[in-house]
Design a protein around this ligand. Structure first.
Ligand code: ZN
Length: 318
């Protein structure tokens, strides 16, 4: 059966304080909080989703806030940098915006044919805003604090830091990625006919870097897009054939997921595009109330009492 990976679906990371996380991603980066829910595997923890207007795949960054957990360590076997795509003419807007919000940054640094501003969120997660030559017709979030002409369009790429390189490269190739550029110890892979924003992964080979430790301020996993449940099942058998342990399909309500660890240690997920975030809320109300799966509705009042209070976005004009 023909099957394809369409690029990055979402990235999930660990945060500390949930309100500071909302202030950073909604308030400074200008993403829309598209879902306020709980971690289905640990319902006393929030699961916060941000993205564009309706959280299209390729724009979604999600967080588990662990307010009392220690800081993690960014290192090998992890997604070490998460990069967002911005219009080429927006670099100076963003330099001013970061500066006026007290966010220290480096750059713009030049790499391949792009320019990147590098900075960290309040928990130390490494982020970039990348201005580039590709066409990126995705729209930003029009009701956010960033003028639409400068708004983040979604992901540009992710960087995996690896102790070795060959086995990770071979899994990426089996998923459909192809090597399109390399510089020193950095190998760029792209997927799809044209590649480009949200279809790029860089592999950074750093044999002497310390291994990463997942906790506050680190990425937990990256998910790749698959268009249908049928293709996901087909990917599942393909991944098993690579000799990798892959989970059964898990229903995450807004998408369906399978997980496996690539040989370098990074947790990969393959997630379906449908059904998306409007399955349980109209687009105008995304993020405005705590959404729970049916099996947690009976304990809603207890959860609402236990979860830290956070400011929720207001509904927007439909
Ligand atoms: Zn995920």
């Amino acid at each position: 059966m023909e099957k394809e990976i369409l690029g990055i679906h979402h990235i999930t990371a660990i945060a500390g304080d949930p309100q500071k996380n909302i202030d950073f991603y909604s308030g400074i980066l200008g993403l829309r909080m598209v879902k306020l829910t709980v971690n289905y595997d640990d319902p006393t923890t929030y699961h916060l989703y941000y993205g564009d207007e309706i959280g299209h795949p390729g724009t979604i960054i999600t967080f588990f806030p662990w307010p009392n957990a220690p800081k993690g360590r960014i290192g090998t076997g992890q997604v070490t940098t998460t990069s967002f795509s911005i219009p080429k003419s927006s670099l100076s807007y963003w330099m001013n915006r970061l500066k006026s919000n007290g966010i220290a940054f480096e750059g713009p640094i030049s790499r391949f044919d792009e320019q990147a501003l590098q900075f960290s969120d309040y928990d130390g997660l490494h982020l970039e805003l990348v201005a580039h030559d590709y066409t990126d017709n995705r729209k930003g979030w029009k009701h956010g604090p960033v003028p639409l002409e400068h708004a983040i369009r979604g992901f540009y790429h992710v960087t995996l830091t690896e102790e070795g390189y060959q086995q990770t490269a071979s899994v990426l190739t089996r998923l459909g990625f192809r090597l399109t550029a390399e510089h020193d110890n950095q190998y760029r892979y792209e997927i799809g006919e044209v590649g480009g924003p949200s279809k790029i992964v860089d592999v950074l080979c750093q044999p002497t870097a310390p291994p990463g430790l997942v906790s506050v301020g680190t990425v937990h996993h990256v998910a790749w897009r698959t268009p249908t449940d049928e293709q996901q099942l087909s990917w599942r058998s393909e991944i098993a054939k690579m000799g990798l342990n892959v989970t059964p399909v898990i229903d995450r309500k807004y998408f369906h997921s399978i997980y496996f660890r690539e040989p370098g240690g990074v947790l990969f997920e393959v997630a379906t595009d449908p059904p998306g975030f409007t399955i349980d809320q109209p687009a105008s109300e995304l993020g405005t109330r705590l959404m729970l799966p049916p099996w947690l509705e009976p304990v809603r009042s207890r959860l609402e009492h236990e979860l830290p209070r956070v400011n929720r976005p207001k509904p927007v004009p439909a």
